[in-house]
Design a protein. Structure first.
Ligand SMILES: NC(=O)c1ccc[n+]([C@@H]2O[C@H](COP(=O)([O-])OP(=O)(O)OC[C@H]3O[C@@H](n4cnc5c(N)ncnc54)[C@H](O)[C@@H]3O)[C@@H](O)[C@H]2O)c1
Length: 334
């Protein structure tokens, strides 16, 4: 089997390739990544020399390049995206270019070359926010994106589904909650907290901190994608969430501080993000029942393992953090 993975130098994409090469050593993977600020070759160092792996630096919006690569592909697994909500508030255009036009470019090429499966990796943020108490997102929840990032991902989902209904392209989609784990950029919530503490800084919490997210360990997400590609039904969407309980940002900060033996006084509240969604929660019954998926990694155990990974892999995050902290200070003054 020949896979084209887009965005394989990012957080989830690099974890996906690592998992896939180990599980399917006879498959070929081409990783197409533009190496934006969020793409790091260092995230692929341990598998970059494998014979069945090839890295191509390029943009998913490049028609010729995408056509040439998809010509020799059985399955596309599409991770590449502008993925940070804060950045989408500052510069929405690049989100539309990559997340919408880039996805459409891939879909066109996939159709032309009659690939076996196009898997789109998406987010629960397309559904908007939930009240603090109440139900969860399901596959039937209407789309209601509230940030430019979420709106661009929603557009990509709609396009992918339209290519299934209109042209019969074998599309599947997973909408997942917030992931955490190794190789996540230090500008994201959990790695920023951990690396701030490892460098003697305070933790920054937006608003009152009572924002609830559903946290999924990245390997559980990757396992879900594997199952959907193998056994998911064409044209179907699967929601994938991990939380064994609902935890707000402030509670997460306190859990991290406890594991790192640091006092709560390290928490610093900062001005809230505009349009900050109050709560996301995912009902994963469909993938659990139909594909027998369940999360294997509990938050308490795997947040500790994630902290341990950042403690041991300063070589990976220290150069990345220098850049991301500069951006936070310049643009958001936090
Ligand atoms: N991280 C999460 O918690 C989460 C949750 C749900 C869904 N998702 C989705 O999963 C996917 C991967 O997320 P992530 O956290 O790994 O993102 P990331 O920001 O860590 O990585 C994105 C990767 O895409 C590459 N890229 C960006 N624009 C590109 C372009 N035009 N052409 C080629 N490559 C380009 C970047 O260089 C980077 O390597 C995204 O589609 C995101 O929307 C992420």
């Amino acid at each position: 089997m020949r896979l084209l993975v887009t965005g394989g130098c990012g957080f989830i994409g690099s974890n996906f390739i690592r998992y896939w090469l180990k599980k399917y050593p006879d498959h070929q993977i081409v990783n197409l990544d533009k190496l934006t600020y969020a793409g790091h070759l260092s995230s692929t160092f341990d598998f970059s020399k494998q014979k069945n792996y090839r890295f191509v630096k390029g943009d998913i919006c490049n028609r010729k390049l995408v056509n040439d690569l998809i010509k020799e592909t059985d399955i596309v697994v599409h991770f590449a995206a502008e993925s940070h909500v804060d950045r989408s508030i500052l510069d929405p255009l690049v989100f539309v270019k990559t997340n919408v036009l880039g996805t459409q470019n891939l879909l066109d090429a996939a159709l032309k070359h009659k690939i076996k499966r196009f898997h789109l990796v998406s987010t629960d943020e397309v559904f908007g926010e939930l009240p603090l108490h109440g139900g969860k997102f399901t596959e039937q929840t209407p789309y209601n994106p509230r940030s430019p990032y979420a709106a661009s991902k929603a557009a990509a989902d709609h396009l992918a589904r339209a290519y299934f209904y209109t042209y019969g392209l074998p599309v599947t989609i997973t909408n997942t909650s917030n992931n955490y784990g190794p190789y996540q950029d230090t500008e994201k919530f959990i790695p920023r907290m951990i690396t701030n503490l490892l460098t003697g800084e305070n933790i920054k919490i937006y608003g009152d901190g009572k924002y609830v997210r559903d946290w999924l360990y990245v390997e559980d997400h990757v396992r879900a994608i594997d199952l959907v590609i193998k056994s998911g039904e064409e044209g179907e969407t699967y929601l994938v969430g991990g939380s064994d309980r609902e935890i707000n940002n402030l509670e997460i900060a306190k859990i991290i501080l406890r594991i790192m033996n640091l006092p709560d006084s390290k928490i610093q509240f900062v001005k809230d993000r505009p349009g900050h969604d109050r709560r996301y929660a995912i009902d994963s019954s469909k993938i659990r029942k139909q594909l027998n998926w369940e999360p294997l990694f509990s938050f308490d155990d795997y947040i500790a393992k994630t902290i341990d990974w950042y403690e041991k892999n300063r070589w990976w995050w220290e150069p990345i953090k220098k850049k991301s902290e500069k951006l936070y200070k310049k643009t958001m003054q936090i």
